[in-house]
Write a protein that binds this ligand. Structure first.
Ligand code: PMP
Ligand code: GLU
Length: 397
């Protein structure tokens, strides 16, 4: 009989993708499901980007590309890093991949040996843990609580570092909490990181433009840690290009070359048409995103207001991304008829069957007391979903 690898068997299915698959299946069966499970903007890719893709096709950009991306794309990314983040990455320090997810996998696979420890502040994005496990690294979880806006402190980071620590992975703005690290908070982390020159830090900044408190701050801005930081970004979120599949890193030449080599054996360069279209995105003035950010801001306020009117739901105020991560642990131990809610997984199952609203359990993000709500959809749908959730929660006694 065919035996699958231990590597595969010990891997969890992505909880975000699993929940969106279940929602799709139930919708296909005719159920009126509202899915707030997937982190995907409901906007369409801007027309000027689509036009650039058509142009690329017509110009026959349809062949294999350089593994790390076309030169003109990497130059436009280099300019974007300077313009938006005041970061200097030459094009040789940039590797384009098939999404930020692959960029993270490239870095982890290139740097981690079996038994190396990787610090992951929780709540974390679901895929970090599984990618680290795939590389036979050991995830070391540092818990950040809702009271501190789900952000870890420099002291917490330092306490978690051991002689085996090789890496840390975090996101700002954060998926799933929407937390945004300030410049001062990042400087505090940098002061610790610089003391451990072998430490590589993946700073996942894919939500950089979806920030309600002002300017995005990058960890790599501090010169003392620049070589240790890998800045991850991509076009999925800001430019509503989730299906186009393009992410990128800015890193030291050592790590960029390693990722190029790694990617050359797995996927080669990402889609030629996507790459040309992404040049248009990189060159566009980010102020055109203002309308989208304003819409997300309004939705955040709407959803927070609705959640705060539900007895037993505790929220903080997320400053970016398009998620809220409320603590719903006060419902544990309560029942509706035969259905008893023991944990966040149960609550998601309950809300899917009773309210027909799909959310993702906090357990998948390293916090057992919370659930993740993605508000990347219209205010009308959000209002309907929140009314249903409120009614279902009220039935739990
Ligand atoms: N990092 C974070 C924090 C994410 O939420 C996501 C989800 N899109 C990714 C990386 C992966 O993005 P991409 O679509 O570019 O693979
Ligand atoms: N990152 C998004 C999310 O967290 C998309 C799904 C995924 O890639 O896991 O929902």
């Amino acid at each position: 009989m065919i035996q699958l690898s231990n590597r595969l068997l010990s891997m969890e299915e992505s909880a975000t993708l699993a929940m969106s698959r279940i929602s799709r299946e139930l919708t296909a069966q005719g159920k009126d499901i509202i899915s707030l499970s997937l982190g995907e903007p409901d906007f369409f890719t801007p027309q000027f980007i689509k036009d650039a893709a058509v142009e690329a096709m017509n110009q026959n950009f349809t062949k294999y590309t350089p593994v790390s991306g076309y030169d003109d794309l990497r130059e436009s990314i280099s300019d974007k890093f300077k313009r938006d983040n005041q970061l200097n990455y030459t094009k040789d320090q940039i590797v384009v991949s098939t999404g930020a997810k692959q960029s993270i996998a490239n870095v982890v696979m290139s740097c981690i040996n079996a038994g190396d420890e990787v610090i992951i502040p929780a709540p974390y994005w679901v895929s970090y843990i599984e990618i680290v496990k795939l590389a036979e690294g050991i995830p070391v979880i540092v818990q950040a609580e809702i009271e501190t806006n789900f952000k870890i402190t420099a002291a917490q980071l330092e306490k978690a570092i051991t002689p085996k620590t090789k890496m840390m992975i975090f996101s700002t703005p954060c998926n799933p909490t929407g937390s945004v690290y300030t410049k001062e908070e990042l400087k505090g982390l940098a002061d610790v990181i610089v003391k451990y020159p072998n430490l590589v830090v993946i700073s996942d900044e894919i939500y950089e433009h979806i920030n309600f408190i002002g300017k995005h701050e990058s960890l790599a801005q501090f010169p003392e840690v620049y070589d240790q930081v890998v800045t991850i970004n991509g076009v999925s979120k800001a430019w509503a290009m989730t299906g186009w599949r393009l992410g990128y890193i800015g890193a030291s030449k050592l790590i960029a070359d390693a990722c190029n080599k790694m990617q050359g054996q797995f996927t080669s360069g990402t889609c030629s048409i996507t790459q040309k279209a992404s040049i248009a995105a990189m060159k566009a003035d980010p102020s055109v995103l203002k309308e989208m950010v304003t819409a997300f801001h309004g939705r955040r306020d709407l959803i927070l207001k609705a959640l705060n009117e539900m007895p037993g739901v505790i929220t903080n105020v997320p400053d970016g991304a398009f998620y809220v991560f409320p603590d719903i642990s006060s419902f544990f131990g309560k029942s509706n008829g035969d259905f008893k809610v023991n944990n966040a997984d149960d609550l998601c199952v309950y809300l899917l069957s009773d309210a027909m609203v799909a959310l993702v359990t906090g357990a998948a993000f390293g916090n057992e007391k919370c659930i993740r709500i993605s508000y990347a959809t219209s205010e009308e749908i959000l209002t309907k979903a929140m009314n249903r959730v409120k009614a279902s929660l009220a039935k739990l006694k």
